[in-house]
Write a new protein. Structure first.
Length: 163
């Protein structure tokens, strides 16, 4: 096999389930996300350029707007972060890679504190603010309404494959 025919493909798959205050499923999204250029650069720098590994990643929620590859946490003018939940961004507790994939061992839960429209989610290296490395951003198939008392259960699966 010629080396010029070997490629690495990265993808992230998101499963987001919205439960009402009684635990009933209101809606569910299963989507693949955009990996931001800064996220791709981070992977290359850590693996091949001796950059410092990030040991904790955080999941945030996205309001309306469309992500683009050039987005960073400091500059993403085409979309806004949704903050209508209790606490900070939620820690993504991933398991070890197996068969080119890793995921969180249990869902990450967001307790919604008001009425809002959630349009996606993102993976970042900071629990708050506009610092850190934005790895990827997912857009839902359509914006979804949430209300106080709802819980969003989020699972992120990061994959790498020879493409």
């Amino acid at each position: 096999m010629a080396l010029d025919n070997v490629n690495l493909g990265l993808a992230n798959y998101w499963k987001v389930t919205c439960l009402d205050k009684d635990g009933n499923i209101k809606w569910e999204e299963n989507e693949k996300n955009l990996i931001a250029t800064v996220g791709l650069n981070h992977i290359l720098d850590v693996q091949f350029h001796a950059a410092t590994q990030v040991t904790t990643w955080y999941i945030g929620l996205k309001a309306a707007g469309t992500p683009v590859a050039a987005d960073t946490m400091a500059s993403h003018s085409s979309w806004a972060e949704l903050t209508g939940y209790s606490g900070n961004r939620k820690e993504w507790t991933e398991g070890a890679a197996s068969s080119g994939s890793m995921t969180n061992s249990s869902s990450v839960d967001f307790a919604i504190t008001g009425s809002a429209t959630v349009a996606g989610a993102f993976l970042n290296t900071a629990a708050t603010g506009t610092s850190g490395t934005l790895y990827g951003v997912v857009d839902f198939s359509s914006s979804r309404a949430v209300i106080s008392g709802d819980t969003l259960q989020v699972t992120v699966t990061v994959t790498a494959a020879s493409a």
